[in-house]
Design a protein around this ligand. Structure first.
Ligand code: 13P
Length: 216
């Protein structure tokens, strides 16, 4: 029987899904979200329109991947689970197919340090995880590796992942990553953008720690 707190968390996932589409960082039901919960995680159900999604449809999954057999978790549950297992400091995982991030991912282009805000994703680049079929363990392993020391990555021919200590931080970062992707795409129309030096990104990393919405 879900508790009130449980229900609030489930609803916050649904609200975040709806805002992904309203913010223009996702379309249809291609995105999925998970939130650490007790000894496991809460994750969106597969191929369910966000407008119709109900709190009881959000799937509770144990850290061993177990869940109520009557429920159907997101097809991407493997990377949600593996990221939360590998990264104890992370509590929320947002996956979407934003247009500009996905254009770069299709072209196999990582995002270089074109703007200091790249430091919000934890380093001087946003890497591209090599392609693997959606929903596979192989894709999950590529994603966990591309996220090492980072809070976001692109997925080749697929989309983007942003993670955070809270759902509001992960959602905020997802929008920042798509903004960086859009800026980089725009720069490439004009020529080869100049990049910020690694030392400056190190400097920004020190100053920007904790930037973003309060955790809740
Ligand atoms: P869902 O299974 O969460 O609907 O995911 C669709 C998708 O696009 C996966 O990348």
């Amino acid at each position: 029987m879900p508790t009130t707190k449980d229900r609030e968390k489930r609803q916050s996932i649904i609200d975040a899904c709806r805002s992904m589409n309203a913010l223009g960082i996702n379309q249809g039901t291609s995105g999925n979200i998970s939130l650490r919960h007790g000894e496991g995680l809460l994750i969106t159900p597969t191929s369910t329109p966000y407008e119709a999604m109900q709190p009881e449809q959000i799937v509770f999954m144990g850290l061993d991947g177990s869940h109520d057999a009557a429920q159907r978790p997101s097809s991407e549950w493997r990377f949600h689970l593996d990221i939360l297992r590998a990264r104890p400091e992370i509590n929320a995982v947002v996956h979407a197919h934003p247009i500009y991030s996905t254009i770069l991912a299709i072209m196999g282009l990582e995002i270089p340090p074109i703007h200091y805000m790249i430091a919000c994703a934890g380093g001087d680049t946003i890497r591209v995880a090599p392609y693997a079929t959606f929903g596979t363990q192989e894709l999950s392993e590529h994603a966990v590796r591309a996220l090492e020391g980072r809070l976001a990555c692109l997925l080749e021919h697929h989309g983007m992942i942003a993670v955070g200590a809270s759902l509001s931080k992960a959602m905020w970062l997802a929008v920042e990553v798509e903004t960086l992707a859009r800026q980089y795409h725009g720069c490439l129309q004009i020529g080869t953008p100049r990049l910020l030096p690694k030392a400056e990104i190190e400097n920004v990393l020190g100053r920007i720690a904790g930037y973003g919405p309060a955790d809740k």
